[in-house]
Design a protein around this ligand. Sequence first.
Ligand code: HPA
Length: 275
Amino acid sequence: MSEKLNRAAAHVRSLVNMEPTVGVILGSGLGNLVDSVDVVAAIPYAEIPGALASTVIGHSGRLVFARIGETPVVMMQGRNHFYEGHSLEDVVFIPRLLAKLGARVVAITNAAGGINAEFHAGDLMLISDHINYLGTNPLRGANDDELGPRFPDMSDIYSKQLRGVARDVAAATGVALREGVYLATSGPSYETPAEIRTFRVMGADAVGMSTVPEAIAYAHMGVKVIGISCITNMAAGILDQKLDHVEVLETTTRVQKEFAALMLALLERLGSHTN
Ligand code: HPA
């Protein structure tokens, strides 16, 4: 894994004259954040040796390098999901590459269903912790000691200190920010109402199909993580209505501007929290 990552990193470095210190994984609806930054370089995943061909993620699967304020940032525009059939090792390959390229802090964003009854579609939620309900783990298999330890600690994945920074930035930007626990399922089916009731008892505030593999890989590598979910809908059975991917997309479009404003301010600030 290390060798494959080092090869990919060397290739990317040969194309880009910038050392990023902060990374971001742009989830559903945030991809056009790249339209509001000065792009230094963009590299399709398909051109990165060892990365999955980008067929399933379409044309938008690419690494984008940009300077936000003083902060050099590398962005993943498009990600691979477990439900697409990839191994978790493949799912975390490009996320790990961000760290290899220099990112010491990574902000992970996603779309999620709200389980906490106080939430509403359109809310943004700072992830305080996660529940891995995938039934597997990206670190399964031989450990690569160069990347991290066999049994990495998971007690502060979504850095308490950085959550404080995110709350400050949200207040300064005038964006309301919820906070809660994110639970990841494999998907691609949405959950049943019985599953959602179970997840609530387990302590989950939101449910989605991403983020947890990446966060575990970063904890393994000693990279700090910030997680932010866009609550695109209330989870199954909470409201008397069916779940629909169209609703998810509509909500991301509705809150896109607010979400992007928060993320831009946050990414800039994270530049001073990279050690
Ligand atoms: N469940 C799982 N993933 C999701 C949801 C949901 O309700 N909404 C957006 N992503």
